[in-house]
Write a protein of this length. Structure first.
Length: 116
């Protein structure tokens, strides 16, 4: 038996607004799109952004997600995101292990960005 991670899903209230954030502002590679779901990244594991259609899913909108994305040039990305009005609950910070910032999508879902 084999078990592998297929995707991680974030729930949002407006898919078009989320698409602008994740694909255009953040620059994630959009692989698939349907009326209720966006899937980013290729390969076996994807990040899903889905409409919160069910009451239980709506409770998960607007929180820290626990998702961390590795970025090659975090300084440049943070400057671009800041200039486009993206909210940073935790601004770019340098530490002995690297750099980190936390961004919020339009629904308030928080994602960590690291450059290690």
């Amino acid at each position: 038996m084999s078990i592998a991670l297929k995707n991680v899903v974030l729930f949002v209230t407006d898919l078009e607004r989320a698409k602008r954030f994740y694909a255009e502002q953040l620059g994630l590679p959009l692989q698939q799109e349907s009326p209720a779901l966006l899937e980013f990244f290729g390969g076996e594991t994807r990040l899903g952004v889905a409409l919160a259609l069910h009451e239980d899913a709506r409770k998960l909108v607007g929180r820290h997600t626990g998702i961390t994305l590795r970025v090659d040039d975090l300084d440049t990305l943070c400057a671009r995101l800041s200039a486009s009005g993206v909210r940073f609950p935790e601004p770019l910070e340098r530490s002995p292990w690297g750099k980190m910032a936390v961004v919020a999508d339009p629904d308030g879902n928080q994602i960590a960005l690291v450059d290690v």
